[in-house]
Unconditional design. Structure first.
Length: 417
């Protein structure tokens, strides 16, 4: 079992460098399948989701090399094959092969996607969008089977600005006939990163990063190259740690604009920091005061930072109300925080947090990726020793987290037995 043993209370001194964004690279890799050419992707985080996607691409005949943060891809020999659960259910982002294979081959067969258990996570917006672009979709034996004679551009309105569906429509429509418009598209920075990669391959996409995206289909894509944007969720997690434990602590490689919601909430709570280009200097702050945090789509407060932020709120004076609005089930870490001494009452997707609480090291579980980050923050501020089990979830999204933190003063041991 993979576990982390954390001796809490150590202050953090020095610099942590931020890696490339998980939620970009998990789309960039399937996007590369749209060309028969070669692709180069820089600043790739070495996380387990990336390795699962590389395995899937190799299964489809792609030649992939991953060295020192750069992935090179040669797609000259890829073959469109059925992607079974063995690959697809290991992560959520396997659904991006639906868009890229459907767009390129007009046929895709893939098992249901997996991912963290944080709610029902339907993909109805993806499916209805594929249909609007001409696909016929059947479900058989736990697989989607999608076919069409051709992809034809259309105007698609999203009831909800889904990140995955926005990217999947781009992947499907870039090689289609005519123009596709997404109205109420998601605006997360990772979407522009994926669009920029497709544009480097010859795609014609306008408006990525805004609520309306226009894709004019082209007949072919060529070689492409991109640098993965910094991971704003990883950065946010370290910034939260800095606000609780920093002592001349710096997080390097941030994009301030991507972090406004978190930074301004921290400021409201009494945190002080200094931003200098792509670096933020942040130190432990006393007399933190409770704030209300409600997650939302970008540029709202990111759902992926909600759980670590809830740990932060346990250290603030007074009452904070934390509300999750994207997923039904993203408060499963709360009982673990209470087990460590937090005072949180939660009902459905809302939690009322009374602080500050002195957290005490205990044995807890990472119930999902960001819940794991929340428990890691808790373990680092707690007195005594915290053991976090099920940390496979954490390794899916945080590159080299143990070394990164130990290098700035943490005392974390990784055990795999
Ligand atoms: N939704 C639907 N139908 C759809 C699509 C979405 O109802 O067809 C609803 C669901 O409730 C779903 C929610 O909208 O759970 C959010 O879905 P969205 O499509 O916006 O997100 P996603 O593509 O499933 C990505 C990230 C998530 C991140 C969200 C929001 C990947 C692989 N995952 O998920 O990352 O929370 O965007 O920013 O890119 C994480 O990193 O911890 C994580 C969960």
């Amino acid at each position: 079992m993979k576990r982390l043993i954390i001796k809490g209370g150590n202050l953090l001194n020095g610099t942590v460098k931020i890696s490339g964004a998980k939620n970009s690279i998990v789309a960039l890799l399937p996007a590369s399948m749209l060309t028969r050419g070669k692709c180069v992707i820089h600043n790739v985080p070495d996380i387990s989701d990336v390795h699962i996607l590389i395995d899937t691409m190799r299964f489809l005949g792609s030649k992939v090399e991953f060295n020192n943060g750069t992935i090179t891809i040669d797609n000259s020999n890829i073959v469109n094959k059925k992607i079974d659960a063995e690959y697809a259910t290991k992560l959520r982002a396997s659904y991006y092969f639906m868009g890229s294979l459907l767009g390129k081959y007009h046929h895709a067969e893939i098992a249901y996607p997996g991912g963290c258990i944080i709610g029902s996570r339907p993909i109805d917006i993806h499916l209805s969008s594929f249909r609007k672009l001409g696909a016929n979709i059947q479900e058989k034996d736990g697989h989607y089977i999608m076919d069409t004679d051709e992809i034809v551009g259309n105007e698609i309105f999203f009831d909800f600005p889904s990140v995955g569906a926005t990217i999947n429509v781009m992947l499907t429509a870039v090689l289609g006939k005519g123009t596709t418009k997404i109205i109420n598209a998601a605006r997360e920075p990772e979407i522009k990163n994926v669009a920029d990669f497709l544009i480097s391959m010859g795609a014609n996409i306008e408006g990525a990063g805004s609520g309306i995206i226009t894709i004019n289909g082209v007949s072919e894509l060529h070689d492409g190259e991109i640098t993965v944007i910094p991971d704003r969720i990883e950065a946010g997690t370290y910034i939260i740690l800095g606000a609780l434990l920093g002592e001349d602590f710096t997080v390097e490689g941030i994009v301030e604009e991507h972090l406004y919601a978190l930074l301004l909430k921290l400021k409201d709570a009494g945190v002080t920091y200094k931003i200098d280009g792509n670096k933020i200097h942040i130190n432990k702050c006393d007399n933190l005061k409770g704030v209300n945090v409600k997650t939302g789509v970008y540029p709202g407060f990111p759902t992926d930072l909600g759980q670590p932020m809830s740990t932060f709120l346990t250290q603030c004076f007074g009452q904070s109300v934390f509300e999750e609005t994207i997923y039904e089930n993203r408060l499963r870490h709360i009982p673990h925080l209470n087990h460590m001494g937090a005072n949180i009452n939660s009902l459905s997707s809302k939690a009322v947090i009374i602080g500050p609480s002195e957290l005490v090291g205990k044995k807890v579980k990472a119930t999902d990726l960001r819940a794991g980050a929340a428990m890691l923050v808790a373990g680092m501020i707690a007195s005594g020793t915290t053991t976090i089990e099920n940390i496979e979830h954490i390794l899916r999204g945080y590159e080299n987290i143990v070394d990164k933190l130990n290098n700035v003063g943490a005392d974390i041991t990784y055990i795999d037995d």
